[in-house]
Structures are given as structure tokens and as C-alpha cells.
Design a protein around this ligand. Structure first.
Ligand code: GDP
Ligand code: MG
Length: 370
């Protein structure tokens, strides 16, 4: 049910709050400016003051949330988006670094190009694969809670010398809950105590049946440290991706999901986003969460400025009004005014929600102050 405070209604009507209270008093209603009135009463008041009613619904102001699906003939294949999960110290970072081919430049001061954590590789067979560097399972589940299911395939890293550990099990559960296919990378096979077969057996206890155990989950033995069989892993990812028939429409205004974002001293708010459909271009106006912005620069995973980015590409975007949250959607809109209008509307709505959730009785207020 719609409700509005007398004060807010007065503001929208361009009248004094006290005048509305007086009018309500004449209608036998004793309310103060901070009290809320229902929609019918508000409409009576609006008419009383000779204003016309303009109903503004959510969908008039905000971007249409319904899935406006793209016609089949506009769809094109897109690279798979892969998230690497697994227990701490089992080799996730080592694998990401190894796959990228170079070690991520660490803590070097001044002038050196900083690469973004997520990147795309091209396999020997010419397939592109996007790897997301999301800090742990929390990011994965948090993003899912926001409805941002960007991961197409999970690579579960299990150290062959350590076995199935609590975070391995957690990763399996999240992946199964998300309905995302999994590839098991049995890592550290260079170690003498490595026992890959034991891992395959123990995985059965968690409903993960690899091909060698007559299941349909692909597994691969690797050493991130020695860069052993990384091509084998990439091939299995490409194979899995082919089965998924991943597609997106490239020739439309872009939509993207924020992977991470921060305030950069020199560059202002910067977001690493993953393009989910369309093509993001320099100069595009957009909304992301409660912020609006205009794309000032797009930086690819090599640290190079590019003019546009298409589906499944992870890129850095500059030109945001503020720092968005991970998992929020970036949507390109027609123009700057529209971007501002939607962002403003969302901010007002967020404030209204917070006010509505604030403690309304004194008991609650005091108990929360104890
Ligand atoms: P993460 O916590 O899952 O990101 O794990 P790291 O990538 O930080 O790796 C933890 C430790 O395991 C580091 O000391 C790595 O050098 C080591 N490590 C990673 N992969 C391998 C591997 O394939 N073989 C061996 N012997 N050590 C590895
Ligand atoms: Mg790590």
C-alpha cells in the first residue's frame, strides 16, 4: 500500500506542510507533518489544492526490470565466464597467475600499469575464456544473492596432498546450489605425497562423480606451480562451454555486472565490470545501482585503453559518479538526463526504505541504544 508523509507530499506539491495539516484538520483528520497518509487521502488533498494527479509508477521512472529478451537471430556465441574456487592454500591464486601466463605485478609503486584481477585468455584452439578473480566464496554467494549469476563454470581446485577440506565442501555446495557445472582441478600433482585417486573417491561423498568414477564431472590433474597440463584444463573448460551453448546479443546498449569497485586516488571511482550483453562504448551514459555516470575510459585486462567492450569481457570502467557495490548491474541508458533521473529515483527509494525500516516506537529505539 502506498503511503506518503504530509511533509513529502507538501514538497512535491510545492505547498507548505502546515497548510496541508490545516486542510486535513478541516477534513477531520488530525495529523502532523511527519505522519503518513494513505494514497486516497493524498489524492483528496492534491485535488483540494487544485493540483492534478500524476501517477508515477516504478516502471515509469526506473529501468524496466522485466527480461526484455533479445531476438534469437541477434544472438552470437560468447566466451564462458569461469570462477575458480577451493580451500585456502590449495592454489587458486597460483592457478590464476599461471593461466594468465605472467605473475600479477605486486605492490610496485608508481607508473607501472596495474592489471585488473579478472582476465580473458585465448586457448591454442582459438577459444576465449574469461576468468573472474572474485575474492573467495563470499563474493560468489553475495553476487548470487543480488541475482548476479555471472559464473558459467566453476573450476574447483583441490590440492592432491591435502584432499577435501571444509572450504572445498562449501564450494561444492554453492556450486551445486547455483546449478553451475563444475570441473575439478586436482592441483599440486608435482608433490610426492599427491594422491589424485583418493580425491576422486572422496568427492563421491559430496555427490561429485568424476568421469573416472563413471560420472559426468570432468577432472584434470595439474600443477599450477610447474604449469603442468594447463592446456588440458583449458580444453576441458572449452568443451564444457561448448555444451552450454553460451550466447549474448552484442549489438545493443550494454549491460554489465560489477565484479569489484574502489576509489582510486588518481582516477576516481573505478569499477571492474563483466559485460553480460551488448557493447559498452566510450561516452555511453549509464546507471549502476544508485549512481549515474558516463564512460570516460574503458581499460582491458592488459591495462590498455579500448574504445568498446563486448559480451563476457571483463573491463575497468572510469567515469562513475560514485563507488558501486559488487554484484550491481550497470545499464546503459539513452542520455545523461535519463541516467541522472533513474539514479536519483533509486536514491530516494533507498532512503524511503531505510526510513520505513527505522524503529517506530520508543521501546525499540531505546533497546537498540542500550
Ligand atoms: P590459494 O590460497 O588457494 O590462492 O593458494 P595459493 O595459490 O596462494 O597457493 C598456496 C601455496 O601453495 C603457495 O605456497 C603456492 O606456491 C603453493 N602451490 C600452489 N600450486 C602449487 C602446485 O601445483 N604445486 C606445489 N608444489 N605448490 C603449489
Ligand atoms: Mg589466493
Amino acid at each position: 500500500p502506498e503511503a506518503i508523509t504530509v511533509q513529502e507530499l507538501a514538497k512535491r506539491m510545492g505547498e507548505k506542510g502546515a497548510d496541508l495539516v490545516k486542510a486535513l484538520f478541516n477534513m477531520d483528520m488530525m495529523v502532523t507533518v511527519n505522519q503518513t497518509i494513505d494514497q486516497d487521502t493524498a489524492e483528496l488533498l492534491v485535488e483540494e489544492f487544485g493540483h492534478t494527479i500524476q501517477r508515477v509508477s516504478d516502471s515509469d521512472v526506473d529501468i524496466q526490470k522485466e527480461v526484455d529478451s533479445d531476438p534469437v537471430e541477434t544472438m552470437r556465441p560468447r566466451p564462458p565466464v569461469v570462477t575458480i574456487m577451493g580451500h585456502v592454500d590449495h592454489g587458486k591464486t597460483s592457478l590464476l597467475d599461471a593461466l594468465r601466463g605472467t605473475d600479477v605485478v605486486r605492490g610496485e609503486a608508481g607508473g607501472i600499469t596495474q592489471h585488473i584481477g579478472s582476465y580473458q585468455v585465448t586457448t591454442k584452439g582459438g577459444d576465449k575464456i574469461t576468468f573472474l578473480d572474485t575474492p573467495g566464496h563470499a563474493a560468489f554467494t553475495e553476487m548470487r544473492q543480488r541475482g548476479a549469476n555471472v559464473t558459467d563454470i566453476v573450476v574447483l581446485v583441490v590440492a592432491a596432498d591435502d584432499g577435501i577440506m571444509p572450504q572445498t565442501i562449501e564450494a561444492i555446495k554453492h556450486t551445486q546450489a547455483a546449478g553451475v557445472p563444475m570441473i575439478v582441478a586436482i592441483n599440486k600433482i608435482d608433490k610426492p605425497e599427491a594422491n589424485a585417486q583418493k580425491i576422486r573417491e572422496r568427492l563421491l561423498e559430496h555427490d561429485v562423480m568424476v568421469e573416472a568414477m563413471s560420472g559426468d564431472v570432468q577432472d584434470v590433474e595439474i600443477s599450477a606451480k610447474n604449469k603442468t597440463n594447463l592446456d588440458g584444463l583449458l580444453d576441458k573448460i572449452a568443451l564444457q562451454a561448448e555444451l552450454l551453448e553460451l550466447q549474448a546479443r552484442p549489438d545493443r546498449p550494454a549491460e554489465a555486472i560489477v565484479i569489484e569497485a574502489q576509489l582510486d586516488k588518481g582516477r576516481g571511482p573505478v569499477a571492474t565490470v563483466l559485460i553480460t550483453r551488448g557493447t559498452l562504448k566510450k561516452g555511453d551514459n549509464f546507471v549502476v545501482g544508485t549512481e549515474s555516470g558516463k564512460v570516460r575510459a574503458i581499460v582491458d585486462d592488459q591495462g590498455k585503453q579500448i574504445k568498446e567492450a563486448g559480451p563476457s569481457m571483463p573491463v575497468e570502467v572510469l567515469g562513475l559518479g560514485g563507488v558501486p557495490d559488487a554484484g550491481e548491474q550497470l545499464t546503459v541508458v539513452e542520455n545523461e538526463q535519463r541516467a541522472r533521473e533513474v539514479a536519483q529515483y533509486r536514491r530516494e527509494k533507498a532512503t524511503e526504505t531505510r526510513t520505513a525500516l527505522a524503529p517506530t516506537n520508543f521501546d525499540a529505539m531505546f533497546s537498540s541504544m542500550k
